[in-house]
Design a protein. Structure first.
Length: 274
């Protein structure tokens, strides 16, 4: 809005009817408003106010353009950042889901391995007990006259069979332990990826906060300039009203003088008739 747009909004001053007294000579009234308007700013001051208002308007337009450019640049870049932010969040959610599934799977496998390990331990204890019993029986058989070489050989074969079974169980337990170590490594790798994604998300959030702060600062500057422009527009409007009243005052005085002169003539004619 410029100063010329307000020129059409200046209200036109209407002439108030003056009340005339019969037996005294009337003088043009001087109201406090007229005295204040007489002391208003000169045309040179009005031109200075208009120039200042135009400068403020240009400054506001420049700030508005700068704000729009920043909003436009931030719009394109902000959309990309928001898309990256959403993608990072989705990827993080996927990693968390995968990590949770892997942890559950690892716990299940660990529980299964522990159950098998306990079973193997129990079987190993039973085999050792049987082996001890066989050794005791073998000792008894060897000390017994009735023991035969066939029984001793059979007992030894059973002992070897039990030992082979124990070795196989040990190999299986070691394999399960290696699998658990591999699962732990995978879980640690996924946790590191999750931490990296969290850092990227925090960085994007900080950039968005900085852009919001810049936009808010520019908006505050634009609001301050708008307030200054409104104040200058009010001063300009008051100056124009003062000038218009100064132009219309002589017309009011002339009209008042005519009314006074006409009233005196009427009084003289009536007095002559009487």
């Amino acid at each position: 809005t410029t100063a010329e747009d307000y020129s059409s909004e200046v209200p036109t001053l209407s002439l108030s009817p003056f009340k005339l007294h019969h037996d005294e000579e009337l003088q043009p009234p001087v109201s406090p408003l007229e005295e204040e308007l007489q002391q208003a700013e000169s045309p040179g001051r009005m031109r200075a106010v208009e120039d200042e208002l135009a400068a403020k308007s240009l400054a506001v337009e420049e700030l508005s353009r700068e704000l729009e450019e920043i909003r436009a640049a931030f719009g394109a870049e902000g959309v990309q950042q928001l898309q990256d932010f959403e993608a990072a969040l989705k990827q993080r959610d996927g990693i968390i889901t995968q990590l949770t599934a892997n942890l559950q799977q690892a716990r299940m496998e660990k529980d299964e391995v522990m159950r098998e390990f306990l079973q193997l331990t129990e079987q190993s204890q039973k085999l050792q007990l049987q082996f001890q019993q066989l050794q005791a029986g073998e000792s008894l058989r060897s000390s017994s006259i009735s023991s035969t070489a066939a029984d001793l050989l059979q007992s030894r074969q059973q002992v070897l069979l039990y030992q082979q079974q124990l070795e196989q169980r040990d190999v299986q337990v070691r394999a399960h332990l290696m699998q658990l170590d591999e699962r732990d490594g995978e879980v640690k790798g996924l946790q590191m990826q999750l931490d990296e994604r969290d850092g990227e998300v925090k960085g994007l959030q900080m950039q968005l906060d900085e852009r919001d702060a810049e936009v808010s600062s520019l908006q505050m500057q634009v609001d301050e300039r708008d307030t200054e422009v409104k104040s200058l527009q009010e001063k300009l409007l008051q100056t124009k009203v003062s000038e218009q009243w100064s132009l219309e005052r002589p017309l009011c005085a002339e009209l008042l003088a005519r009314l006074v002169t006409g009233r005196k003539g009427v009084k003289i004619v009536i007095f002559g008739l009487i």
